[in-house]
Design a protein around this ligand. Structure first.
Ligand SMILES: Cc1cc2nc3c(=O)[nH]c(=O)nc-3n(C[C@H](O)[C@H](O)[C@H](O)COP(=O)(O)O)c2cc1C
Length: 212
């Protein structure tokens, strides 16, 4: 049995120094995101999305970041999913990126708002055919009958053979309006570099170093 207590990769020491940090955390994120792409981190846009259910129980799952913009980060999903149900009741969420090849993580907390139908449609039309067909499947109750779903997918494939696949009304995006960012750079001496940015109403983003 592998001793998971001893599982840890040794990393080259990188620093995240106060003097190198940008004033705007979106700019800082973009630099780190580009570093992750350059380092060929597999699926660098995969992030954990943590929501809170109506009973107060947290739940996280992976979603793909699809747009990085100054007014927020966007992902797309089904509006009839469990996460959407949580978000409807409580739009406060956390996002988490772990780029292990760089020994870095970024955590973002904020409030989600739905993207406009036009924006969702525009993204939907850029997605591959398989995603668009699967998105048109109705919501199935659990436990699900897999063969029934496969048959439905085949019938949708025939129905939309050679025609546009319209975006279903249960599909769309969410954009996070970030209130807090945390950037963490792991170090071999365990004195990790960690900075948080908080959005203060009048003063914009305030930054401070945190304990590792
Ligand atoms: C790498 C990866 C990327 C994923 N991307 C998405 C995504 O962009 N949108 C989405 O709705 N689900 C995505 N999923 C599936 C979700 O993790 C999740 O299983 C699904 O959305 C149902 O979540 P829910 O029941 O909590 O709503 C992805 C899963 C993985 C492993």
């Amino acid at each position: 049995m592998i001793d998971i207590g001893q599982l840890r990769k040794e990393f080259q020491d990188e620093r995240l120094l106060e003097k190198d940090l940008l004033d705007d955390p979106y700019d800082q994120f973009e630099i780190w995101f580009n570093d992750a792409c350059k380092a060929q981190v597999p699926t660098p846009n995969a992030m954990a999305l943590c929501t809170i259910d109506p009973e107060g129980m947290p739940r996280s799952r992976t979603v793909l970041l699809r747009k990085i913009e100054r007014n927020g980060f966007t992902f797309f999903t089904r509006y009839d999913s469990k996460k959407a149900l949580h978000i409807e009741k409580n739009p406060r969420v956390a996002l988490h990126f772990h780029w292990k090849e760089l020994n870095r993580e970024v955590t973002i907390s904020g409030i989600l708002v739905k993207t406009s139908v036009g924006e969702s449609r525009s993204f939907f039309s850029s997605c591959n055919r398989r995603l668009r067909l699967a998105a048109r499947l109705p919501k199935y109750p659990s436990p699900v009958d897999y063969s029934e779903m496969e048959e439905k997918l085949e019938s949708l494939d025939l129905q939309y053979d050679g025609t546009q696949i319209p975006m279903p009304e249960w599909w769309g995006g969410y954009r996070i309006q970030a209130l807090r960012f945390e950037f963490w750079q792991g170090r071999s001496n365990y004195l990790h570099d960690r900075f948080k940015y908080c959005l203060c109403d009048s003063d914009g983003w305030k930054r401070q170093r945190m304990a590792p």
